[in-house]
Design a binder for this molecule. Sequence first.
Ligand code: PMP
Length: 456
Amino acid sequence: MSEIDNLRDKIDEITLEMIKLLKKRTVIAKEIGTIKKDLGMNVTDEKREDSLRSKVVTLCSEIGIDEAIGTRFLNFLLNESIKVQTTSKQTHLSIFLKAKSLEQQGKKIIHMEVGEPDFLPPEIVKDALEEVYDKGFIKYGQVKGMPRFLTTLAKKTSKKYDLEIKQENIIVCPGARYAVYLAITTLLNPGDEIIVFEPAWPAYKDCAENAGVKTRTIKTTLENNWEPSINEIKETINSNTKMIVLNYPNNPTGKILQEKIQNEILDLAIKHELYVLSDEIYAQYSYEDWKSVLSYNYKKAIITQSFSKSHSMTGFRIGYAISTPEIIEKMAKLQAICLTNVSEPIQYVAMRALEADTSNNSNIVKARLDIMIKKAKEIGLDFVKPDGAMYLFAKVKKDGFDANDFSNKLLDHGLAVAPGGGFGDFKNFIRLSACQDEKKLVEGMNILDNVLKGRK
Ligand code: PMP
C-alpha cells in the first residue's frame, strides 16, 4: 500500500472514531437535558460553557492546535448539545396560535401577547393597493428592491439622520425578520459567536443557531434597569466573536440605552471589528432620546427597519436593511437564491405609505402604555417604565410563579399574554403588549389582576 493510502486509512479511522465520540457526547447531553428539564433549569449554562472553553483553550496551546479552530469546533459541539436539550418552548407566537384556535371555537380573547398594532395602515395604502395593478408593478424585479423605492428610502433616511445614504446602501426585504436572517446567515460562519443581550426577541438566537453560530448571551436585569454590563461584554468578546446585536427601543423591555453606554458598546465593536446588527424597528416608538446606530457611520453596522410597526403593516411583510454596499451585496446574494425579489406590488404600496404622516401612531401607543403602567402599578407588578416600543415587561412577585402555566391559565379566562421564557431566562416575567384599544387593555389588566389574586 502506498504511503498516501496508509495515511488516508488513518484519517478515515480517526473520523469514524470522532463520530462515535460525538454519539457518546450527544447521549450524555440528552441525559443532562432531561435532568435540567425536571429541575426547571435553563438549557444554556454560560458558566459551564466558559469553564469548558478555558479547558479547550489550554489544551489547544498544550498540544499546538490553533485556538480559533479548537473553539470553533467546541461551538459546534455546544450548539449540538443545545439542539438536543431544547424542547419546544412557549413563546408569544405559540400563545398567539393557541389564542387563535380558541377564537375559532368561539371564545373571546384579548390579545396582549403580540406586537401587532390594532390600527389600520395609512389611508394612502388603500389607494396604492388599487392603483398598483394599472401602474404595472407586477413583474419580477431587482433583487435589492425597486430602484424608485430604494431612492425614496435613501432620501428619507438621509434627511431623517442628516447622513448621506444611497440606494446601494439599502436592501428591501420581506420584513425585518428576514433582514436579520440574511445578515446573520451571510456575514457569519459556523463556529463564529454572536453577542445578544437578554431578554431579547428570540429570532436573533434562532437565526444564529440555524447558521451554526454560537450565541453568547449577556443577561440584563430589571434591578439594573435592563442595562448591559460593559465589563461583561469585554469579558465575553474573544477571537470567535463576530457580531453584537442591539435592539433599542427594545422588545420586550422598552429600554432605550443611555447614549454613553451605547457609545461604549460601539467603541468596543469598532475596536474588535465586530459587526453591529442594530434592529431599529421600534425607532418611531421612542418616548425618550434615542440615537440610531446609523449615526456612528460604522462600516460594519447593519440597521434593520420595517413597515410592520411604524405603518402598522405587519401583514404586508416588508422591511429593509441599511449598511455598506459590500454588506448589502452579500445579503442580496442569499435573497436572490431564496426569493428572487420582494413582491413588487407590496414595494409600491410601501413606497406610497412613506408619503403618510404616521407620527400619531406613537402617541396612541404611548397613551396606551401609560394606561397599562397605571394598572400594572395598582396590581403590584414590578417593572421599569419603558422608554419606547409597545410593551411592558413585568415581573410577577409570587413564590413559585411560572409564566408558562400562568399564560395558559389566562387564556382560559380570555386573555393572551407573552410568557417571559420566550425572551430568555425570565420565567417569572410576562410581556404585555399595548396594541389594543384602551377599553380592551383595561379589561385585560383586570383579568390579569383577578387571576393573579386567585379571584378567578
Ligand atoms: N425585530 C423585532 C425586535 C421585533 O419585535 C419584530 C416583530 N415582532 C421584528 C423584528 C419583525 O418585524 P417584521 O414584521 O418586519 O418581520
